[in-house]
Write a protein that binds this ligand. Structure first.
Ligand code: COA
Length: 181
């Protein structure tokens, strides 16, 4: 089955605690202030530390370009709390019935159950609105909090990939999690 993705603008998803909406260029300062954190960079493959306004604008340019493509392979939402973009969640490598999920949220909001609920909304969007059948995630083996939010959303551990990615000068192992319907 092919995902229902052509000429689709990601919706705005509002809940009592957060809003998921497309990123705006004006989010750049807030993104920088929240993502410029060694503890976030160590858990994400491509996020540099320190993270500058230039990095944010470059990333926003790539997000907007991806959204304009005829075949959508990448959909991103800003996580907005109290009017500020304090994190992001997206699906990547969208291909046919499946996609990879990735996410981060500012350290100021960790441990409040937020990402558990945000992933639940994203899963609903992917399965109900896009018609996907498989969502998968790669998690560094040290990232217990990320494994936990996936498990709490019914993702199953499928395996351990040894030296799967290079980050800086290190080759890192990853766990592969997936949820299917
Ligand atoms: C991973 C991340 C998204 C979690 O967000 P969050 O909003 O704090 O998550 P939640 O509060 O919904 O749930 C966190 C769970 O992890 C658990 N947890 C946190 N640190 C843990 C640790 N060191 N060991 C075991 N469990 C841990 C919490 O207890 C909680 O589980 P519980 O509800 O059963 O108690 C957030 O820490 C983050 O953005 N990290 C940096 C980026 C990142 O890792 N992205 C994912 C890449 S795969």
């Amino acid at each position: 089955m092919n995902a229902n993705l052509t000429s689709r603008k990601p919706p705005v998803i509002k809940t009592r605690c957060f809003t998921l909406r497309p990123f705006r260029n004006s989010d750049a300062p807030s993104i920088v202030s929240h993502i410029n954190d060694r503890m976030i960079a160590r858990n994400l493959l491509t996020v540099p530390y320190p993270y500058t306004v230039k990095d944010a604008h470059e990333w926003l340019r790539r997000v907007h370009n991806a959204a304009r493509r005829k075949t959508v392979t990448w959909i991103n939402f800003a996580i907005v709390i109290d009017g500020k973009a304090v994190g992001g969640i997206g699906i990547f490598r969208i291909s046919g019935h499946k996609a990879e999920i990735g996410y981060w949220i500012s350290r100021a909001y960790w441990g409040k159950g937020l990402m558990t609920r945000i992933i639940a909304e994203m899963v609903k969007f992917c399965f109900r609105e896009l018609g996907l059948r498989r969502i998968y995630a790669f998690v560094f083996t040290h990232n217990k909090a990320s494994m936990r939010v996936l498990e709490k959303n019914g993702f199953k551990l499928e395996g351990k990939l040894i030296k799967n990615v290079r980050k800086g000068d290190k080759l890192l192992d990853e766990y592969l999690f997936a949820k299917t319907r």
